[in-house]
Write a protein of this length. Structure first.
Length: 162
């Protein structure tokens, strides 16, 4: 009997994830934002790509991962999670506990959708104001010919302050 090599399929390949992280870093430079940490996860919550610029604090990886993880875990962008849970701190705490602390409900966690509007992963970015992080995630996903959820950044994203 001949041996067969089995290939595992990921919802998001390394080439695409790297394209997203590279695009986010380029956007950061173009818009003169603070240094970023960018985590790209596949639909199963596996880290596919991570980049951290010099100048990021040591918590930026955990925050970027938590934003992407939160978006995947709840099936919606972290801006939407923040808005829906603003008056529900007990539930936010429960989600943080259920996720082992990997739940950051602030903008910057964006779902990656394919052409059929199926979530194939998420991007989490941390480093500047959350609305600026989210802008970079959304535009980086678009640059990889995929669909971000939410489809557009907050209208006043560039005016956000830390």
């Amino acid at each position: 009997m001949a041996e067969h090599l089995i290939s595992l399929h990921s919802s998001l390949d390394l080439t695409t994830a790297t394209r997203i992280t590279d695009a986010a870093l380029k956007l950061r430079t173009q818009h003169q934002l603070l240094p970023l940490a960018i985590a790209v996860l596949d639909a199963g919550g596996n880290l596919v790509s991570f980049r951290r610029e010099d100048g990021c604090g040591v918590l930026r990886f955990d925050i970027a991962l938590g934003k992407a993880w939160g978006a995947l875990g709840m099936g919606m962008a972290t801006r939407q999670i923040r808005d829906r849970l603003a008056n529900r701190p007990t539930f936010q705490g429960a989600l943080a506990a259920a996720s082992g602390g990997r739940f950051i409900p602030t903008p910057g966690g964006v779902l990656i959708l394919n052409g059929q509007h199926i979530a194939i992963g998420a991007v989490g970015i941390s480093g500047d104001a959350s609305d600026k992080d989210e802008f970079c995630a959304i535009e980086a996903i678009k640059s990889a010919s995929l669909l971000p959820e939410p489809p557009e950044a907050a209208p006043d994203w560039n005016g956000a302050a830390l």
